[in-house]
Design a protein around this ligand. Structure first.
Ligand code: FPP
Length: 247
């Protein structure tokens, strides 16, 4: 496995785990088995992220667009999520992992909502790795929800339109205190953002892989981190400016 610079581990890694369906279809298996194996990869990668010292991991587990998939597939993914939480609770609780959720939770089945509320509550004192699942999530909906909340404050007379700036919008996102991802990993050979964290990805480094999500392992994660460590993050400045120490 590659050597990593421990001082340059990205603090927040976001993942679009793509390719479950193709993984199954290429083996002549039903798509749901791809999602099952994809859940196993989530389990493996959460442990790996923890071991590697990543502070935050955000996984795009179900998009608002995914509701349009055949009902059996939606049900299978929800069932896997449910089972994942049940099977992983002890590990998450006792290993300092704090679970959080972003997205339009009200669209999820009541049973799943309860399960999520419970795991969020049981892990809220943990502070080693913050693991966020984006569920029934889309970046555009998140921005729409933030704008609605801001509009309500303006309507109530509690906010001047001139006071609306980037900081204000950020403060109305689903997880306002979470810093933007440093690195976005997308598997499955596609090179797009697919409505994920549209606001937060402004200066995130992107890394894509041909590997289908169910085949993704710790060594793939290490490869992504090694590539990240070679990048120069300029945030719109020149290379020379970006290398100057922040005063
Ligand atoms: C993308 O593969 C994956 C999904 C839409 C669902 C992701 C679900 C999991 C990783 C499992 C459940 C989640 C958790 C948090 C345990 P795809 O179906 O779009 O694959 P394809 O592009 O090959 O069709």
């Amino acid at each position: 496995m590659r050597r990593l610079d421990a001082s340059k581990i990205p603090r927040h890694v976001a993942i679009i785990p793509d390719g479950n369906g193709r993984w199954a279809e290429s083996r002549g298996l039903p798509r749901n088995l791809g999602h099952k194996q994809g859940t196993e990869a989530v389990r493996v990668v959460v442990r790996a992220a923890h071991e590697l010292g990543i502070e935050r991991l955000t996984v795009y587990a179900f998009s608002t667009e995914n509701w349009a998939r055949p009902p059996e597939e939606v049900e299978a993914i929800m069932d896997l999520l449910d089972r994942y939480i049940v099977a992983e609770t002890d590990y998450l609780v006792s290993n300092g992992i704090r679970v959080e959720v972003i997205g339009r939770m009200q669209m999820l089945d009541a049973r799943i909502q309860e399960r999520l509320v419970e795991i969020v509550r049981r892990t809220e004192g943990n502070d080693e790795l913050r693991l966020t699942f984006a569920l029934s999530y889309s970046g555009r909906s998140e921005i729409v929800d933030a704008v609605r909340a801001i509009a309500r404050e303006v309507e109530a007379g509690n906010l001047e339109p001139e006071a609306i700036d980037e900081k204000c919008l950020q403060a109305h996102l689903y997880a306002p205190e979470v810093p933007d991802p440093d690195l976005l990993i997308r598997t499955g050979g596609e090179h797009r953002v697919s409505n994920f964290l549209l606001w937060q990805l402004a200066y995130t480094e992107l890394w894509t892989s041909e590997t289908l999500w169910p085949d993704f392992t710790k060594s793939d994660l290490v490869e992504a981190l090694a590539a990240y460590q070679q990048r120069e993050r300029r945030f719109g400045r020149t290379g020379a400016q970006a290398r100057e120490p922040v005063s």
